[in-house]
Design a protein around this ligand. Sequence first.
Ligand SMILES: *[C@@H]1O[C@H](CO)[C@@H](O)[C@H](O)[C@H]1NC(C)=O
Ligand SMILES: *[C@@H]1O[C@H](CO)[C@@H](O)[C@H](O)[C@H]1NC(C)=O
Length: 237
Amino acid sequence: MAVFMSFCLLLLFLNQSLALDNGLGLTPQMGWNSWNHFHCNVSQDLIKATAKAMIDKGLDKHGYQYVNIDNCWAASSRASDGSIRSDPVTFPDMKGLIDYVHSLGLKFGLYSDAGTKTCADHQPGSLGHETQDANTYAQWGVDYLKYDNCNSGGSKPEVRYPVMRDALNKTGRPIFFSMCEWGVDNPATWASRVGNSWRTTGDIKDNWKSMISRADQNAGLWSYAGPGGWNDPDMLK
Ligand SMILES: *[C@@H]1O[C@H](CO)[C@@H](O)[C@H](O)[C@H]1NC(C)=O
Ligand SMILES: *[C@@H]1O[C@H](CO)[C@@H](O)[C@H](O)[C@H]1NC(C)=O
């Protein structure tokens, strides 16, 4: 009994010291993301129709919660005060869109990048603007941020991702932080303190072969004995 108790306490302790503590991601996140099907062809009307369809089809009753826009929602330049703006043609009223998604009882996600530009190249990234962008997202009512890894200038994700984590935390709004550094720097060894989730592979496509190949890569990560693998002392820190 005593052994069992101390094991539980150890788990509790590990849980507190290892995980990002914003109350989110206690179970895997479930929702929809625009990228695979729509790529850059996204608009306010499309996202509204998608959110409505999630409710009409009852997906919310099965735990699907997030409606997430991926790349290509922002204007190609920042406002004169440096703040990020939504594309005036495709997303003329981001706040209104987010209010609509919330009115359906769903949560809303956006996308940015830990570099100077996102992976689509015409959207500004958040590097150097982390606080300003986190504040804008919190004001709009964003619940989730996917944070990509293009145009980073070559510095390590371990350096760039915690800056956004801290900026999101300082807004006071719990925002799920989804790290997307594609597994390039062994995120299993450090990312639990930084993100609510972290990508371990390159892009997945919506077909069986792609899904299984990602599962295989993750199985390989677990059995692998080197950095980030099962016997890496960092994994037990
Ligand atoms: C973009 O989306 C609109 C509808 O939202 C559709 O009519 C159009 O065909 C799409 N364009 C491309 C290139 O997929
Ligand atoms: C900010 O971080 C502190 C310390 O980890 C945590 O207790 C708090 O819940 C976080 N707040 C938000 C809004 O993420």
